[in-house]
Every structure is written in C-alpha cells, then in structure tokens.
Write a protein that binds this ligand. Structure first.
Ligand SMILES: [Zn+2]
Length: 120
C-alpha cells in the first residue's frame, strides 16, 4: 500500500489540535498527511487512523482542495465536527479498510486506537 507524504510537527496540524483540544492530530491537506503530537511511526501503527486519513485524501481528490475545504467548513458549522459528512465517511472507511494498513499485524483493540476528538 503506497502511503502519501507525511509531515511531522506540522504547524497547521498544531492549530487544528488546539482547535479540537486533542493531544494529537492528523489532518489531510491535499495529498499529504500532517501530524502534530504524534510521530509518523506512532501514526502508522494505528491502521484505523491511517485508513481514516486515507479516506480524506480520496475526498480531496474527488472534490479538489477548495471544494473539499469549503464543504468541510460549511458542514462543520452546520452539523458540528463529529457529524461532518466527510468525517462520518472517514470513520466508516476506517472500520472497513483498516486491514489494508495493518502491515501484517493484528488490528489494534479499542483501547489502542486513536479516539475521535469529541468536539462540536
Ligand atoms: Zn477525519
């Protein structure tokens, strides 16, 4: 499975982390995954998390950078973070596709998985 470019210690991911009040964040911008509060290795060890972000990469490809961001922000205001349709789809994709990113290891249990930030 080919992985996209991964940016560690991203200032943009740090901003998102502050906004979400989360200890660690991965966010997709275009075709790159930006991390804050988590190393590349830690991130790659959670195949559910990787599958979630890979879905956002596909959404970016489908809607374009501006199309994705405009919808994402509009829907955040409308529905709240947890219910943004792009986030709902990414959570579903995580469950369905985590095995693609497991690198031969068993899938992590609930306790080892990165939790979805609970914000509105
Ligand atoms: Zn997401």
């Amino acid at each position: 499975m080919k992985l996209p470019r991964i940016v560690e210690n991203s200032p943009l991911a740090r901003l998102a982390r502050l906004k979400l009040g989360a200890p660690n964040v991965a966010m997709v911008l275009g075709s790159s995954i930006h991390l804050s509060g988590v190393s590349r290795d830690q991130f790659l060890r959670d195949p559910f998390w990787v599958a979630h972000e890979m879905e956002h990469i596909q959404q970016f490809e489908q809607y374009g950078r501006l199309g994705f961001l405009a919808r994402y922000l509009r829907d955040w205001v409308r529905y709240g973070y947890y219910n943004i349709p792009f986030e709902v789809a990414a959570r579903e994709a995580a469950e369905l596709k985590a095995h693609l990113y497991a690198q031969g290891r068993p899938l992590p249990g609930e306790a080892e998985r990165h939790p979805t930030p609970k914000v509105s």
